[in-house]
Design a protein around this ligand. Sequence first.
Ligand code: PLP
Length: 366
Amino acid sequence: MSEEINKQYYSGPDGNSPFRGLGGLLRDNIKILTPYSSARDEYQGEASVFLDANENAFGSPLEQAYNRYPDPLQVEVKKRISEIKGVPPRNIFLGNGSDEAIDILFRCFCNPGVDNVILVPPTYGMYEVSANINDIKIKRVPLTTEYQLDLDGIAEAIDDHTKLIFICSPNNPTGNSMNRDDVETILANFNGIVVVDEAYINFSRQKSFIQELTEYANLVVLQTLSKAWGLAGLRVGMAFASEEIIEVMNKVKPPYNINEASQQLALKALQNIEQVNSWIKEILVQRDKLVLELKNYDSVLDIFPSDANFILVKTTDPKGIYNFLVQQGIIVRDRSKIDLCEGCLRITVGTPNENKILLQTLKDFK
Ligand SMILES: *Cc1c(COP(=O)(O)O)cnc(C)c1O
């Protein structure tokens, strides 16, 4: 196990930070919420006859049995993640994808119709959708032309009802990492929750913000098994934060948010870290190769530096190229209608063969 695991995780405000703890940030209804108490929550210990949850005691019409409700707090999966990440299980939340963690953060902290969130576009689209579903006002502070944080703009946008700031690093769709000092400046000066979304951290040269959890009580780090880990279909996302924040998120989540099949398969996959690390290396090699090749195309104007498993490519005719590729059965993401991404397509790095097909096909685009 990692050494970090024994560190005392920071859970209260210090003298310098304006952060005054969760008391003033949480919604009042969440503060007093009595969470659902499941059959499995109420009983702890050894037993062999379970007649408490109205399950089918005979089994499942499958080779494997799924007739019992899954562990609401995913103890075994968290134990393994704890070993890999060096974070105690009590500082880990698991969601049905990190998208669920995003939604739960809004529901814990933001009063519908009253509070607001700061978003820094161009960035991941789910923050906006989740804010809209929860009726939370969005304050947009666009990234600079270098795709970095506009610290003055963010400071100006913060008001008494700003509860959350989402920062995606490496950022989707631009691919770059945010300057670490800028993120720390926000963490140290904001009396609210700073969510650092690290969905692509495994591909990055940057260190994870997980190690800053000991410094900042208002930090939430999101990661996922959907990208580098190759498990998008299982829907398992992670949030790392103070014990206090994790406890509230667990109260608000649906009791059985990670199904039994996903828990079992995630646990199995998490034993296979060598395979994932070798894929990451290969993806980075393929990414750099793809960038070098694409630079030779007349239709390619610019390729932005990427810390992720995709590249943002500025083209002469995004719509034309997109449609041309679709006709050949190749799907990329058209981001050209997004501010600061004019002309841009987002291309995920594929297998060597897939990348070859893309490059070959693109030669025929006129
Ligand atoms: C893909 C992605 C996610 C979604 O992760 P899930 O765990 O699959 O829900 C979260 N954040 C960013 C920035 C992403 O690109």
